[in-house]
Design a protein around this ligand. Structure first.
Ligand code: SAM
Length: 281
């Protein structure tokens, strides 16, 4: 079964009375090179298990299943149940959980289904939940090696930007705190059916397993980063003073003591600078 073939997809849809849901971000991959590439560069191989988010008709699920010991996929749209029963029927190492990924205890799924085997997360995410899903996976500190996901090209550029540059945002720091991000390859809008209005890119986040800071300091780092980027055009002293209830003079002094400019803006600091600020609060 060739799920990147438009005729095959149309036939499946007609037989199962299925139509795309725009609300659920259903743009399915029809470029035959993309899914094998995600699976291979995402670390799928014998001895490894994969957690997929958002199966669609199972085009990526099948490529993961060909290479991995086991695939568990989470899909919100129960209308896809009969389609997936057909498209995944030849793979007895796949299981689909029909649920909203934001409601699922992913750590429990990994522990229960994969029994301690090396695990990777792979997904072609709907754009509207890209950041929440990435942050959920990272903040849950899942026992995974890497997360490889298709995201909107602009999101990829922001996530993989260097901290301390104009291209970065609060998510750049968060992702870099928990992982080492890289862009693997670009994917044009014509690779999807229906074609979205934007181009995409596949990124891979290699998870850092060591906790860099105790939990309270970690919370403070993200509180400071969020506050700083909520007013990224202003000097950091302003949002930090408002968020932390400390005078601007004291914040300016703190920055100077850390050899940072007291006039610095959020995007000018490195992740380590934010860690040092949090430690001195
Ligand atoms: N992996 C397939 C592919 O590449 O063709 C489908 C990708 S499509 C962009 C995103 C998929 O995620 C859809 O099947 C959609 O129904 C599903 N989805 C959307 N929101 C979800 C959620 N909150 N939890 C789980 N799946 C979701």
């Amino acid at each position: 079964m060739e799920l990147t073939n438009i005729g095959t997809i149309k036939d499946l849809f007609a037989r199962h009375g299925f139509s795309f849901s725009k609300t659920l971000g259903q743009n399915f991959l029809i470029n035959p090179t993309v899914c094998p590439n995600i699976a291979e560069r995402g670390g799928c191989e014998a001895g490894v298990c994969a957690l997929e988010i958002g199966t669609g008709v199972g085009v990526l699920t099948r490529e993961l299943a060909k290479r991995c010991d086991k695939v568990v996929a989470i899909e919100i749209d129960e209308r896809l149940k009969p389609i997936l029963a057909e498209t995944l029927s030849e793979f007895d190492n796949t299981e689909v959980i029909f649920a909203d990924v934001m409601e699922v205890d992913l750590a429990a799924v990994i522990a229960e289904k994969f029994g301690g085997k090396e695990t990777v997360v792979c997904a072609n995410l709907p754009y509207y939940i890209t950041s929440p899903v990435i942050m959920k996976v990272l903040e849950s500190r899942l026992d995974i090696k890497a997360m490889t996901v298709m995201v909107q090209r602009e999101a990829a550029e922001r996530i993989c930007a260097k901290c301390g540059t104009r291209e970065c945002g609060a998510i750049t720091y968060a992702v870099n705190y928990y992982s080492a991000p890289q862009t693997l390859f670009r994917v044009n809008r014509g690779s999807f059916m229906p074609a979205p209005n934007v181009d995409s890119a596949v990124i891979r986040l290699d998870i850092k397993n060591e906790r860099a800071l105790p939990e309270d300091e970690e919370k403070m780092v993200f509180r400071i980063i969020r506050a700083g980027f909520s007013q990224r055009r202003k000097q950091l002293v302003n949002p930090l003073s408002a968020e932390l209830g400390v005078s601007k003079t004291e914040i300016a002094e703190l920055l100077t003591n850390l050899d940072l400019k007291s006039t610095a803006r959020a995007e000018e600091l490195s992740l380590n600078d934010y860690i040092e600020i949090a430690k001195s609060m």
